[in-house]
Design a protein around this ligand. Sequence first.
Ligand SMILES: [Fe+2]
Ligand SMILES: [Fe+2]
Length: 229
Amino acid sequence: MLQRRVYKRTFSPDDALIDLVNEDVDIIPILSRFSIPLGFGNKTINEVCHEAGISTEVFLLVVNFMLSGEQASANATRETASGIVDFLHNSHEYFLSYKFPHIRANLTSALDSTHEDINPVIVNFFDDYVSQVRLHFNYEENTVWPYIRNLIAGESSSGYNIGVFQANHDEINEKLSDLKNIIMRYYHTSQPNKMYDVLVDIFNCEEDLNIHTLIENEVLIPMVKSIEQ
Ligand SMILES: [Fe+2]
Ligand SMILES: [Fe+2]
């Protein structure tokens, strides 16, 4: 079950970016996916977005949704939908090229040599999970994003609409959650500190994927529906 945390504060273009990051640490990985560099000093959100060449409106739509759980429904324009798709595409790249390899490397280095029977099972379990997520992302990259980009460009596409995606959009966290539980319940190790680090990474990754799916379900899909009409 996807859950979101609800905060009170939302942010505006003239607020300082540093205040936003201090409000919620989960904003940090979002910055990298928007290609916002560190070293932003006391600049406002608007200044930083302008310098990074990204839409302040799209950036605030994503972060305020994360903080409040509310989507600003007035923002369903072709430009914002396009910006959200670009952001979700960057997020797929981030998970596949950075986050999953990072967790896998730490996981393999945390394995205890006295468990040579179960270690390959754990690594295979993780690899199977990544393969499943890759398939999920590939469908979005090869079918859903092209459909939305064509829709934004005013081209008709036969037979597909965003309702098809909505009806078939699965959660992608269950197997990762299973892995975490197997390790916590059954994996004795002589170097627990490394394995604790891996668990924290898996918890963070789960939360990050949870937010990713919520943005697809609760921001992108309603936005595309209103463009379809
Ligand atoms: Fe996705
Ligand atoms: Fe998805």
